[in-house]
Design a protein around this ligand. Sequence first.
Ligand SMILES: Cc1cc2nc3c(=O)[nH]c(=O)nc-3n(C[C@H](O)[C@H](O)[C@H](O)COP(=O)(O)OP(=O)(O)OC[C@H]3O[C@@H](n4cnc5c(N)ncnc54)[C@H](O)[C@@H]3O)c2cc1C
Length: 426
Amino acid sequence: MGDVVVIGGGVTGIQAALDLADHGILVHLIEREPSIGGHMAQLDKTFPTNDCSMCILSPKMLDVSRHPNIRISTCTEVIGIEGDVGDFRVLIRKNPRFIDEVLCNGCGDCVQICPVEVYNQFDAGIGVRKAIYKPHPLAVPDLVIKDSEHCIECGLCYDICGREAIRREDSPREEKIRAASIIIASGYDVFDAVKKEQFGYLRYPDVITSLEFERMMNASGPTGGSIQRLSDGKTPDHVVFVQCVGSRDIPLSRPYCSGVCCMYAMKNAMLLREKYPETRVTVLYMDVRAYGKGYEEYFERAKSMGVEFLRGMPAEVIGEGGDMTINVENTETGEMVKLHPGLVVLSVGLEPAKNASSIAAKCGIPVEETGFFKSIDEKVNTVATIQPGIYIAGTAVAPRDIPDCVAHARAAAMRAFLDAVQDEPA
Ligand SMILES: Cc1cc2nc3c(=O)[nH]c(=O)nc-3n(C[C@H](O)[C@H](O)[C@H](O)COP(=O)(O)OP(=O)(O)OC[C@H]3O[C@@H](n4cnc5c(N)ncnc54)[C@H](O)[C@@H]3O)c2cc1C
């Protein structure tokens, strides 16, 4: 029986790894970041049930970490792939964590004492972390990482760590893994809202992205779950969500619908109305795409909770002396509407991960014009690629929501399973 390599430890990679491991296959789960979890770990709640995202994901992350058939390699990237189905050699590079992974028990004393604060990627830019840090409280593996770029070598962490787990020096290590098949689940990046200059992202402090909003809404996020204007810390009295930022935008080479933004905007609008009943919430949209089971009902629920849906896209966000104005034509009535939001949330689309084309090149598989991985058949064989034994799953293939990612992961896992057991006696 062969092993399987899964590239990417988001919900797609996690589900594929668990399914294979439960069927007796040894899985090598390769994750570039210091923790598995991917984007789902950053979300507050998930549509359409509004369940807490980590309450669903965290048990799966723990299952992965405890599964006897799964080897997790974090801070790790694939640097080369050779061979064919049934006999791939996958060359990986483990980047330095500057931590002894056996000695560290994740207590966090070093994090407490570290005096350096830097931009926190996990909080999508609105929070800070230390130079030695744990990506988030429920990180798997439960280990810290030292960011050597920002560490000032003050020595406090070495002194406080009773287990002597922190390394002054560390270097990358390479390893070759043999595998019968490979699943690529390297996910997506969110659209860089700076490219839509007219909306003033990073120019006006009270224009934020939907991912930043998710982190703000989260009780363990940088604001402890309270929605605040970044300019003055006040609760906004009117929040405007702008849809299709970096989706359905042909001039920006993003012609596709990101599939999840209508739904996540409804989710966040409802959560906002629940938490701040006095706050007015308006969603500016081209058309609402609520295509899944229970999704139309979810839309109706948002409306019944007082969320205003205004069909029209603003040309720009005008910021003057701390106030913001949005002029928008209601395309249902032809009426011009002037809004003065306290906070603008840009519903940023999903785009191919920046490294997708480099992974594709290593695997000898194509990407589509959009940059997402290309399957051999978009109707009945969406996980197979032109290379036998190399499968693709989740948002690496196309924008999709979590339930679809999980279903796709399971399909890819079963195809990889068949390759792994191919030479097994019946
Ligand atoms: C603001 C926002 C809100 C959302 N809300 C919801 C919601 O409420 N409900 C819902 O169903 N969906 C929601 N979504 C969509 C949801 O985030 C995705 O469907 C899901 O997280 C995709 O999972 P994934 O594993 O495919 O990708 P990702 O979560 O992107 O995971 C990919 C993983 O691969 C790793 N990786 C990338 N490249 C490499 C490499 N070369 N080597 C190793 N590892 C690599 C990454 O670090 C990452 O951990 C939302 C999306 C956004 C932007």
